[in-house]
Design a protein around this ligand. Structure first.
Ligand code: PTR
Ligand code: PTR
Length: 305
């Protein structure tokens, strides 16, 4: 029986592998002309990770930043996917946060991994510290440490207008340098907290928010802004849909995401992780339900796996 179970698992894995390979072969959905401009090249962390013109985030002045709007589940522009800021783009990054009314930042890389710099130190690391980036003063007013992540409460002060805002900075520290988290549960808990914070923000803003339903975009970044960022957003979208209508579609979610942030999800392990994490979540979510109503679990697992 165990051999059979392993065999079935293997077959499913193969199918998911092929599915990902097909997605990877699809050509990018547009041009990268702005990213390629001479004056902008130094603003890209990686010369081979550029952003599509049609979905890029425009800054009000000197308008280029390597960042892309991405839709979420029933929410346009739910995320801004971006690279880990470079020292010369720290000011641009905070300008984007300000202009787009971003109140939540999700970071899924560490600043240095295996001795290589993956992202600049664009926010004050210690509690009580203030740093200046361009015309913004950013103060770390409070930091909370959890097992797999750190939450910093940042106060953003716009020295030009004299206004202040509070921004939540979620730093996930346990994503291994290569590959994917071993168990999905820590990542699922992390996602849940971000998700709840987003809902709280929408409530607080109330009718003062006139943009897309679902509130201001959440900034999500890693080093290049495609691998781990794409994985986090895919999970977030799939889980929101699962909670809403009880089904998932990883393939379409990733295909659609790639039309807005090219090359999202970098490895097939990350793609596979989306499936296993969603299933782990579904099992928890429907544990109680399955005692009462047996078919809930079938409904959820009736996806491509
Ligand atoms: N081609 C890249 C490489 O040099 O290995 C792909 C890659 C790069 C994959 C970095 C993973 C990487 O690590 P991380 O996701 O931790 O930035
Ligand atoms: N040129 C880089 C490389 O291949 O190493 C681009 C790259 C770096 C791509 C990191 C993906 C990376 O991972 P992530 O998007 O998760 O930071």
């Amino acid at each position: 029986v165990h051999d059979l179970v392993d065999y079935v698992k293997q077959q499913k894995k193969k199918g998911i592998y092929q599915e990902y390979e097909e997605i990877r072969k699809e050509p990018p959905a547009g041009n990268f002309d702005n990213s390629k401009k001479l004056a902008n090249q130094m603003k890209n962390r990686y010369s081979d990770v550029l952003c599509l013109d049609h979905s890029r985030v425009r800054l009000c002045q000197l308008n280029y930043i390597n960042a892309s709007f991405m839709d979420g589940y029933k929410k346009n522009n739910a995320y801004i996917a971006t690279q880990g800021p470079l020292p010369k783009t720290f000011g641009d990054f905070w300008r984007m946060v300000w202009e787009q009314m971003v109140l939540i930042i999700v970071m899924t890389t560490r600043v240095v991994e295996r001795g290589r710099v993956k992202c600049g130190q664009y926010w004050p690391l210690e509690e009580g510290r203030t740093e200046q980036y361009g015309y913004f003063l950013v103060k770390n007013t409070q930091m909370q440490l959890f097992q797999d992540f750190k939450l910093s409460h940042l106060e953003l002060y716009n020295t030009q207008s004299g206004e202040r805002r509070e921004v939540y900075h979620y730093l996930y520290v346990s994503w291994p340098d290569f590959g994917v988290p071993k168990s999905a549960s820590a990542m699922l808990d992390f996602r849940e907290l971000v998700h709840q914070r987003r809902e709280a923000v929408v409530k607080i803003l109330g009718s003062s928010w006139t943009g897309s339903p679902g509130g201001p975009p959440v900034v999500v970044h890693c080093s290049a802004g495609i691998g781990r960022t794409g994985t986090f957003c895919t999970l977030d979208i799939c889980l929101s849909r699962l909670e809403d209508i009880g089904t998932i579609d990883v393939r379409q979610t990733v295909r659609r995401m790639r039309t807005q942030r090219a090359f999202s999800i970098q490895t097939w392990e990350q793609y596979y992780f989306c499936y296993t994490a969603v299933i782990e979540y579904a099992q928890n979510l429907f544990f109680v339900a399955s005692q009462v109503k047996n078919h809930s679990v079938d409904l959820v697992l009736n996806c491509r796996i």
